[in-house]
Write a protein that binds this ligand. Sequence first.
Ligand code: NAD
Length: 298
Amino acid sequence: MILLDGKKLSEKILAQLKKQVSQLQKKPVLAMILVGDDPASAIYVRRKKIFCEEVGIISKTLKLPARTSEKKLLAIIDKLNKDKNVTAIMVQLPLSGHMSKNKIIEAINPRKDADCLHPANYGKFAQVDENYSVVAPATPFGIIKLLEEYKIKIEGKHAVVVGRSNIVGKPAAQLLLSRGATVTICHRHTKNLAAFTRQADILVVAVGKRNLIRGNMMKKGVVVIDVGMNRFGKKIFGDVDFPSVSKKASFISPVPGGVGPTTIAILLWNTVQLAHLDSRLDSVNPRRTSRLAKRAKK
Ligand code: NAD
């Protein structure tokens, strides 16, 4: 069994981004909005800030009290949208129930949408040609990068995705599909989950329930991507029961150290993509970005 080392991959991506950022005329600025005092959200935002520092992206964290009204948050986003010094914006989810998540996401200028959550970006992304979108959903794209890093073949494989959220499950299924996998999506209403997970060559689990998936629910040699992040005190666990699953899997992404770091790396990758689009500078993929810049100008 081989561990899919997301930390190592994220360091590789960050090193590439650092080089790109150094070639930009002005440093990208990522504005992160944190509403309330959910400890896990605060940790994620702090980690993103550290990664930004590594790459040379300027991060600005706007900490707002839990009682912040939707109107106030929309006004803050509007201000950031208009601020020429801000390259990208992300709102740390989940938001508390008194706000409409959709309304908040839609308020972000798609050209500053670091998370690829705005329907204009997500819609482009969900169309078969994912290169149509400048940005990519961070966690699912990180999963693909992780599979590619370890030269794991996707085409022709049966990928089973457990979880159907807009942030992870659905876009992960979409990316696997566009790379030629046959995809099954399971969710809370799926009956006899094990009957599906046992068919998987690639199993992506994004649910948020510790030990939901055990070794007896899969065939030998499966590639397991564990997206789950379940906190118990200071410890963090995935959705799969690592001891039993690692006996069956050929590859497995650990928690922590798997999908988490790659997600942040892709968020910063998105930020740099938006900076390239903004400055019409492209040192990564000139053909793609100039095409996108032309399209955005229309
Ligand atoms: P979500 O709550 O939006 O979605 C959970 C999904 O799980 C739903 O589609 C639901 O139908 C499904 N589900 C619930 N119970 C199930 C069951 N018994 N069997 C099968 N499916 C079931 O969650 P999310 O935002 O997609 O996140 C999922 C997990 O991934 C969480 O633990 C979250 O913290 C983690 N996560 C990690 C990262 C990262 O960077 N590592 C990023 C995003 C989310």
